[in-house]
Design a protein around this ligand. Structure first.
Ligand SMILES: Cc1ncc(C[n+]2csc(CCOP(=O)(O)OP(=O)(O)O)c2C)c(N)n1
Ligand code: SF4
Length: 276
């Protein structure tokens, strides 16, 4: 391993509530990069808005905190122009499967090398626990006081139907497993979705650690056929692991060598000249 694990931290102390699942996701990203020997200065963490979106504040490499639902457009821009950099995008279920869901579908189709980690807690944690796109039917909150009547988004099915090459699911209650998933996602040559059950211990009293401990099972190998994948997702309890993996051509721009590989210093000089 090339560098000290401490270098993947930046000294900022997370403001997440004690016990929030997002701590485990941050740790897993740091460890995965460290184990892969990717130094922090070769990695960027792009995040959306929400409690989960704060993750980029705590990362020792490059970080960009974007606007709500917009982590993926920014991450894809970086991936298209700097193929030498490891690009990770991260956010919540509201961010990625609500306001940003259109970007998810197109990022999957475009297949640029971005690892997208969604901290799925089934609520809008940051705005005090409203019903989110992955809240179950019947879920009660200030925005669905009589119980949620909307069918939840199934993110893995959605990504798969758009042609995803890599789909994994993890749980904040098992960091070692999550590190392995993120390592595999980063090394996958194309877009990779990692949905993480990451409990909000303050607002979601239904889908917490205990619920997921009882509700997940370890799937050791990706599904071998479309039918097997569909069967896997219909399963309750929920599978965690790499559930789907196919190599698809990465976006033409990168593959054709058209991506901009000039060193950052040249780019800065070019920007200064252009803006002068
Ligand atoms: C355009 C826009 N609309 C609404 C908001 C208010 N807002 C901030 S965070 C958030 C929801 C976050 O939920 P989620 O993505 O699930 O993240 P969590 O806080 O649960 O990690 C909303 C609606 C905003 N910041 N910007
Ligand atoms: S409100 Fe929920 S999601 Fe936000 S930091 Fe606290 S536990 Fe985590």
């Amino acid at each position: 391993m090339a560098t000290d694990l401490k270098l993947y931290e930046n000294g900022n102390r997370p403001t997440w509530c004690p016990g929030c699942g997002d701590y485990a996701v941050l740790k897993a990203i740091q460890r995965a990069l460290h184990e892969l020997g990717i130094p922090p200065e070769q990695a960027v963490l792009v995040s959306g808005i929400g409690c989960s979106g704060k993750i980029s504040h705590y990362f020792g490499g490059y970080g960009i905190h974007t606007t709500h639902g917009r982590a993926l457009p920014v991450a894809q821009g970086i991936a298209a122009s700097r193929p030498d950099v490891t690009v990770i995008a991260a956010g919540g279920d509201g961010d990625g499967y609500g306001i940003g869901v259109g970007h998810l579908v197109h990022a999957v189709r475009r297949n640029l090398p971005v690892t997208y980690i969604v901290m799925d807690n089934g609520v809008y944690g940051n705005t005090k626990g409203q019903t989110s796109p992955t809240s179950p039917v019947g879920y009660r909150s200030s925005t669905s006081p009589h119980g949620n009547a909307d069918e939840p988004i199934h993110p893995l099915r959605l990504a798969w139907s758009a042609g995803a090459g890599f789909i994994a699911q993890g749980f904040s209650g098992d960091i070692r497993h999550l590190v392995n998933l993120i390592r595999e996602a980063i090394t996958h040559p194309g877009f990779a979705l990692v949905n993480v059950f990451s409990p909000c211990v303050v607002f979601n009293k239904v889908n917490g650690y205990e619920f997921y401990r009882q509700s997940v099972f370890y799937q050791e190998t990706p599904a071998e056929s479309d039918e097997a994948f569909v069967r896997l997702l219909a399963h309750h309890p929920f599978p965690i692991g790499v559930l789907w993996q196919r190599n698809r051509p990465v976006a033409a721009r990168v593959e054709a060598g058209l991506a901009d590989t000039r060193p950052a210093a040249d780019l800065r000089a070019w920007l200064r000249r252009t803006l002068a």
